[in-house]
Design a protein around this ligand. Structure first.
Ligand code: NAP
Length: 281
């Protein structure tokens, strides 16, 4: 069994990106720019935003943080996005989710210019992905595929099972696996006999948000397991959707939590920002 070291892969992708940004900045006289819109003061969101801003600083991407109070109106958020859409020094925009309930998330995400949507959340970007002509890949699924590729894990022809069908992770991940020519099954909360399906998987990807839910008897011997989940266990420690301790021995490869998919998400956001910058210059 080999543990997939997401931190190490993220470090190697970032170091290549940093070199690329330096070269691009010298040749164009410009720097890639990422704007993050944060509404309210959700503790977890603040940590995620801080990680993104720090990653920008590490790589030489100019970051702009737009903070709005939880009491702001939908119009306030749309106005800020509009300003960033028109700002030529901003190549990527990310609206940190969740937004307060009184704000229509879909409307805000749709207000970002598709070419500046570096999260791959805009319906235009999703449409491009689904019609086989992707431009910006959603960061977390993109990170999962990069991990598989980095470890030389063959995807084509494999039986891949994705548990979870969210717009953010499950669905786009299934689409990316399909693009890599896996035979893909998507499971969700209404799937009957989930274990029977997951046991068929050569590549099992789990994104449900339920700590240690996937047990050893739900995994085939020798499977590759990608655990996207981020949960707190009974001791308050970070854990995935997979019962890592009992599942790991059955796998050929498995991602840990923390240190698996997580570090790749911000890294792919940086990569998407650089790609958006390159398209602009
Ligand atoms: P989500 O929007 O809540 O979607 C969860 C999905 O899992 C839904 O499709 C749901 O099915 C399915 N599901 C829930 N319980 C299930 C069960 N018992 N059996 C089968 N399917 C079940 O969550 P998400 O945004 O995709 O996130 C999933 C997890 O990934 C969370 O832990 C989140 O924190 C984590 N995450 C991590 C990263 C990262 O960077 N590492 C990024 C994003 C998300 P229905 O559709 O039928 O309700």
């Amino acid at each position: 069994m080999q543990i997939i070291d997401g931190k190490a892969v993220a470090t190697s992708v970032r170091s290549a990106l940093k070199a690329e940004i330096e070269t691009l900045s010298v040749s164009s006289g410009k720097h890639p720019g990422l704007a993050v819109v944060l509404v309210g003061d959700d503790h977890a969101s603040r940590i995620y935003v801080r990680n993104k801003i720090n990653a920008c600083a590490e790589l030489g991407i100019k970051s702009t943080l737009v903070e709005l109070p939880a009491t702001c109106t939908e119009e306030d958020v749309l106005r800020e996005v509009c300003t960033l859409n028109d700002d030529d020094t901003v190549h990527g925009i990310i609206v940190q989710l969740p937004l307060p309930r009184h704000i229509d998330t879909d409307k805000v995400l749709a207000s970002v210019k598709p070419e500046k949507d570096v999260d791959g959340c805009h319906y235009v970007q999703k449409g491009k992905l689904w019609t086989g002509n992707p431009e910006t890949l959603p960061c977390t699924p993109y990170g999962c595929i990069e991990l598989l590729k980095h470890y030389g894990i063959e995807i084509a022809g494999k039986e891949a099972v994705v548990v979870g069908r969210s717009n953010l992770v499950g669905r786009p991940l299934a689409e990316l696996l399909l693009r890599e020519n896996a035979t893909v099954t998507i499971c969700h909360s209404k799937t009957k006999d989930l274990g029977e399906v997951t046991r068929r998987a050569d590549i099992l990807c789990v994104a449900i948000g339920s700590g240690k839910f996937i047990k050893a008897d739900m995994v085939k011997d020798g499977a590759v397991v990608i655990d996207v989940g981020m949960n707190r266990d009974e001791e308050g420690k970070l854990c995935g959707d997979v019962d890592f301790k009992n599942v790991a021995d059955k796998c050929s490869y498995i991602t840990p939590v923390p240190g698996g998919v997580g570090p790749m998400t911000v890294t792919m956001l940086m990569k998407n920002t650089v790609e958006a910058f390159k398209r602009r210059i």
